[in-house]
Design a protein around this ligand. Structure first.
Ligand code: 4AD
Ligand code: MG
Length: 480
């Protein structure tokens, strides 16, 4: 007999038809004559209730069925007598596929701390919480591809191994097959990467942008959505060493078109979640609301999860320049009262997440897009403004998150690009292919990068980025 997914069974009318379900037991409760199993197969946040009558199924078998065990059930789908579900299965046969010893199975039917679940990431998919996050993550990935496909963008697979440092930040993981105990040296006694696998020094990419630009300067509108790697030692709730980034790159777009696309995409994706992940979002909403109510008044979220999502979909983002933002921050209450960890002193410094969140959550109470950042704190490829001091950068700042998107209009003028590269010590000879696009048929173009896990943080209302990716990679942590 063919198995039917639990999500499908729950949508079906119970008419005594014979069905088969397979899944993992979430809970078992019972009395002398009958037991109830709550069965989940990952297809829904909701379990199906299986009614076990000891006249039909041996009580000895059931004694071995505990939370976490896997079973196959064949029985009749009937309208449920109990509250909370419309149908249930009256079991005719029960097969125990895999036991779960109640004394050693870590995921018990009670509330576990997120820390504990991180240490048990191989089993945390078995919880309601991580089931919900996993389904939403899938829906968001699908939504990203749908958004771009519907707009006629081409998906480009950009390389994961690279010899260039796209962001010029130098925080890269090395890729090598050299014997670390016996490194080859050249005449100058430096490590001889000519003998390495690629015949040169190579790394894991921090961004697919530079290659996406090559494609955009022929295909017009492209995007890449791949894993990116950063060896920055930031042990924060918003940083991963391995994360996924969505990077569209568009020929003929200026910074304003770029911002329009970023805003449209974020609103589309949040709406996609609201439309397609209703049950899971309701579960997360309730969870977050409960948590929120236990916090001191001044630390509570202004809006509960689903309201916050709707708010982003319904409100236009505020746009202003970095210079205007610095003025607001300098004169803000927390700055004057020295409540910022990093006081805002003057023009030219980078914004910290506390500043970004102040602008979004306290000052404007809306998502914010900042443009025209000082050139010294941004990457070499950003288009220089006429003031010679700022670049056509744009960062999208979100409530709870801070920076969710970073992007810019690109410098399409060869001479200006060369000047920036030499100022920033970016070796031109290694980037000849990038320069070629400015030599041959250059056009104004723009793009941005959306950190997928930052989006997931926002959509799920989770507070730690380690909980929105199945297997987080952070400093000193690469288990599983
Ligand atoms: O601002 P970033 O560094 O921009 C770039 O990499 C550009 N090449 C993008 C482009 O224009 N094509 O990173 C973009 C986004 C950030 O806004 C943030 O959401 C996310 O990537 N991000 C991280 N997410 C998790 N962990 C980290 N360590 C992250 N670093 C950046
Ligand atoms: Mg950035």
């Amino acid at each position: 007999m063919k198995r039917i997914k639990i999500s499908e069974l729950l949508e079906t009318k119970g008419q005594n038809q014979e069905v088969k379900a397979m899944g993992w037991v979430r809970t078992k409760r019972g009395s002398k004559n009958v037991a109830f199993l709550a069965l989940n197969d990952g297809s829904s946040i909701k379990n199906i209730q299986v009614v076990i009558d000891f006249d039909k199924i041996s009580i000895d078998l059931l004694e071995n069925v505990h939370s976490g065990a896997s079973v196959a059930v064949v029985g009749k789908l009937v309208p449920s007598q109990g509250k909370g579900q419309s149908v249930e299965i009256e079991a005719d046969t029960l097969e125990l596929l895999g036991k779960a010893d109640p004394d050693s199975f870590p995921i018990q039917p009670k509330k576990h701390s997120l820390e504990f679940l991180r240490e048990n990431a191989h089993l945390r998919f078995r919880t309601n919480l991580f089931g919900a996050i996993t389904r939403i993550r899938h829906a968001m990935i699908f939504g990203v591809h749908k958004f771009f496909n519907d707009k006629g963008f081409y998906n480009i697979h950009t390389p994961i191994i690279t010899a260039s440092d796209a962001e010029g930040a130098g925080e890269m993981f090395r890729v090598t097959t050299l014997d670390l105990n016996n490194l080859p040296r050249n005449e100058a006694k430096e490590i001889d990467y000519k003998q390495d696998f690629f015949g040169r020094s190579s790394h894991l990419t921090v961004s697919g942008q530079l290659e996406a630009e090559l494609a955009a300067l022929a295909m017009a509108e492209v995007y890449t959505f791949g894993p990116t790697f950063r060896a920055e030692n930031s042990n924060t709730v918003r940083h991963l060493a391995e994360f996924w980034m969505i990077e569209p790159e568009m020929a003929f777009y200026d910074i304003h078109d770029d911002m329009d696309l970023a805003e449209e995409m974020l609103q589309y994706l949040v709406k996609y979640a609201l439309d397609n992940c209703k049950d899971d979002l309701e579960f997360l909403h309730e969870r977050r609301t409960k948590e929120n109510s236990q916090k001191p008044q001044n630390e509570r979220d202004a809006l509960e999860l689903i309201d916050r999502l709707n708010f982003v979909v319904e409100n236009k983002f505020v746009r202003l320049t970095y210079t205007e933002a610095i003025d607001i921050l300098k004169n803000s209450k927390p700055n004057k009262k020295k409540q910022f960890q990093y006081p805002v002193e003057g023009w030219g410094t980078d914004l910290q997440s506390e500043h970004e969140r102040y602008l979004v959550e306290k000052h404007f109470k809306k998502p914010v897009i900042l443009i025209d950042y000082p050139k010294d704190i941004k990457a070499f490829y950003m288009k220089l403004n006429d003031d010679d001091k700022t670049v056509r950068a744009m960062d999208v700042l979100f409530p709870q998150i801070g920076e969710i998107i970073g992007g810019s209009q690109r410098e399409e003028n060869l001479e200006k690009l060369q000047k920036r590269m030499s100022e920033m010590n970016i070796p031109e000879d290694e980037m000849w292919w990038y320069m070629d696009t400015r030599k041959f048929g250059t056009v104004p173009h723009s793009g941005f990068g959306l950190g997928f896990e930052r989006l997931m943080l926002f959509v799920t209302g989770m507070s730690n980025i380690r909980d929105v990716i199945p297997f987080p990679r952070t400093p000193k942590n690469a288990e599983f």
